[in-house]
Design a protein. Sequence first.
Length: 253
Amino acid sequence: MTKRALKRQIREGAFDADQFDDAKVRRLPVDRAWSPLPHHNDDRTQGYLKTIKPKSDGQAELMAAIDARNLVVALGPAGSGKTYLAIAKAVEALEAGKVGRIVLSRPAVEAGESIGFLPGDMEDKLAPYLRPLYDALSDRLSMKRVRALMAEGAIEIAPIGYMRGRTLNNAFVVIDEAQNCTYVQLKMLLTRLGWHSTMVVTGDPAQSDLLPELSGLAYVADRLDVLDNVSVVRLSDRDIVRHPLVAEMLGVL
């Protein structure tokens, strides 16, 4: 017996390979780690979709507002979970059959520098701007599932410029990075809301890539705050769930 075969026998126990036609067949070590057999798999979680729980009072308020209102405006610093919670709620509503599709939109605005002309067709040119939305979706669903839902039209990712004239019925709409939208753009987006739909507008007025007088998010949030059927949730540094240094840096920058 070779040294490799001896180590295998010690590791896996005695095994009679003569009972099989193929001498390369080895016994599955069911007594170690995970096994595909049912009785070895009772306590294994096989769901890809994770359960979302709020990590702060502000996040709990945001999740409750999304469940209770058709229009929610979420303002807060970077890392407070605005976009992630909105997309998680959108996926949850789609999987539960509460809406027929998810519509995600964000402005194609560069963060302070011009990257020049991009090659390819329209989808290729917009891909760098919409990548954060793909990242959030892939964290809730597998990319194979995301591609399948996009192919059948259940998930749509579009830039702000292509939302004019639409009526979004039976949909969960997420407007991300709304601080880079002007007042006119936000007014246009808010009036796209249709029947049996929910819209969540997220953004951080303190991190706008537009000139201060051009960004309309803070002004729109203040105007909508007086409406009973609209929830305006303002997150703070206490709601940041990224690295603790993020909250410390935002406190001094």
